[in-house]
Design a protein. Structure first.
Length: 292
């Protein structure tokens, strides 16, 4: 019951927040003639601030976690409705974004307990930051991911605003679908493996995890590069690939080192796993087969 209450609360609050920002967003467009991207950026920042405030009062920065998976979908739909650019390409992009958002949001809620749920990384940051944690939370946990995802989402927003379908778009859409599928398969394989293990000290070398230490992250990164490939037919906007590159840097510099450092504290076989298994790419083991 606590989990159901928490899920319903998060969904309800998110709906109210996005509903609240959509009205001024529409007015900025129709009455003031604001350009698309600055308008969306302002709405995105306002929504993030509101989510942060609610998370502060429920005492859980993880209240923000689903925002990563829904912000692009919500604002893409907003642009489609506002600009009315319904065509084969924009509908296909919307369908793939829906696939991505539903999968990632469901994955979050599977591991969610109640409104007091806090990701282990945030607990670690709280210990390190001490009394400055709310500043770290606002800028590091909330605003930085919002801005990175916004940058990586710009190709989608431009598509929803005025682009028509181009055969080259199939390349980006295919990469996006494959990326979400890799994430989904990797998460299901790890979930099934964990259900059969009682010790958290073991290394889960199962399925895709035999050949990549982070196949789920590979899928996430590839999804945003798939979105960037929508620029292939619009090379005058090539610089918006910066968003996908920024997300790659985030995972390589922050997310992966943080989680691997944590694994090294309680998984004695993890150094050997690091030695023989590629960090991201799904490739044959380095140096041959696993040692007996």
């Amino acid at each position: 019951m606590r989990k159901l209450t928490g899920v319903c609360t998060i969904i309800g609050v998110y709906m109210m927040i996005f509903g609240a920002v959509s009205l001024p967003g529409s007015l900025f467009h129709t009455k003031l003639g604001w350009p698309l991207l600055p308008n969306l950026l302002l709405l995105d920042v306002i929504a993030t601030v509101l989510v942060f405030i609610v998370g502060y009062f429920v005492k859980s920065p993880s209240f923000y976690d689903p925002y990563w998976s829904v912000q692009t979908w919500i604002f893409y739909l907003f642009v489609l409705i506002e600009y009315g650019n319904w065509n084969v390409g924009s509908v296909l992009v919307f369908a793939v974004l829906t696939f991505y958002s539903v999968r990632l949001t469901v994955h979050f809620f599977i591991g969610f307990d109640d409104l007091q749920y806090v990701d282990w990384r945030y607990r670690m940051l709280r210990q390190k930051a001490g009394k400055n944690f709310q500043l770290v939370s606002f800028f590091g946990i909330h605003m930085m991911p919002t801005l990175l995802v916004y940058l990586a989402s710009v190709p989608f927003f431009l598509y929803a605003e005025n682009w028509a379908f181009h055969p080259l778009d199939i390349i980006g859409l295919s990469v996006m679908v494959a990326a979400v599928t890799v994430e989904m398969v990797a998460d299901l394989q790890m979930k099934k493996w964990r259900a059969t293990r009682s010790s958290r000290e073991e290394v889960g070398e199962v399925g895709l995890w035999k050949y990549s230490r982070h196949p789920n992250y590979l899928g996430e990164i590839s999804f945003w590069f798939g979105g960037a490939l929508l620029l292939l037919a619009h090379l005058d906007h090539w610089y918006w690939m910066a968003g996908a590159i920024a997300i790659l840097v985030l995972f390589l510099v922050v997310s992966i080192p943080m989680i691997e450092k944590n694994f090294l504290t309680y998984k004695p076989d993890y150094p050997e796993y690091q030695r023989r298994t590629h960090m991201l790419l799904i490739l044959p083991l380095k140096g041959g087969k696993k040692n007996p």
